[in-house]
Design a protein around this ligand. Structure first.
Ligand SMILES: Nc1ncnc2c1ncn2[C@@H]1O[C@H](COP(=O)(O)OP(=O)(O)OP(=O)(O)O)[C@@H](O)[C@H]1O
Ligand SMILES: Nc1nc2c(c(=O)[nH]1)N=C(CO)CN2
Length: 164
């Protein structure tokens, strides 16, 4: 049995439909889905706003590599093109954590190394699981408190949009 936290992001085309594609594709394994957030782009800032969300999934037959494979299959279904690093995309599915698994394999870094600094992951994650812990870093609630105010200001909950 493994439980994974996945982050979803989209900033091209019908953004909500792409997030829903991911949720629908994992429906049988879905434990919880966060609210949807409209977020200012980080990394490459000259690109459209993203929709971001976090989902929690569980399966008796999928390990961490299986979750990565599922994530990449969903990106392919969304016809994602790999062009610019941190550039616009129809769908990004990152494996944030799988239980307490640590991995330094470059194809599957766990926990995902961007997590501690990304308000676009931590805020949805905290909303769907207020007791969440990031292995090696402690409570997500505590990490969020350390983020710069400007990062928090770029993340807006969209209660008019739902994943299910
Ligand atoms: N935890 C992880 N989740 C998803 N992909 C990962 C993870 N760790 C390593 N990777 C690898 O990252 C590579 C590039 O991923 P991708 O193009 O989605 O990066 P990105 O979304 O632009 O940037 P970032 O990974 O910083 O969010 C993939 O080949 C994948 O194998
Ligand atoms: N707001 C926001 N910005 C981003 C995001 C994202 O999911 N949300 N993903 C990126 C590449 O992984 C680059 N920049």
């Amino acid at each position: 049995m493994s439980r994974a936290v996945l982050s979803l992001g989209s900033n091209l085309g019908d953004r909500l439909a792409y997030l829903r594609l991911a949720v629908d594709g994992l429906a049988e394994m879905l434990l919880a889905a966060s609210p949807v957030y409209e977020t200012a782009a980080w990394g490459v800032t000259d690109q459209p706003d993203f929709l971001n969300a976090v989902i929690i999934v569980e399966s008796g037959s999928v390990d961490e590599w299986g979750w990565l494979r599922r994530a990449q299959e969903l990106e392919r279904e969304a016809e994602r093109r790999r062009e610019q690093r941190w550039g616009p995309r129809t769908l990004d599915v990152d494996v944030v954590t799988v239980d307490d698994v640590r991995s330094d394999h470059p194809d599957l870094l766990l926990p995902h190394p961007g997590t501690p600094s990304r308000a676009t992951v931590l805020i949805p994650w905290l909303a769907v699981d207020p007791t969440a812990e990031l292995p090696g870093h402690g409570a997500v609630a505590g990490i969020v408190e350390t983020l710069p105010a400007e990062d928090l200001a770029g993340v807006h909950r969209r209660d008019d949009l739902t994943l299910r």
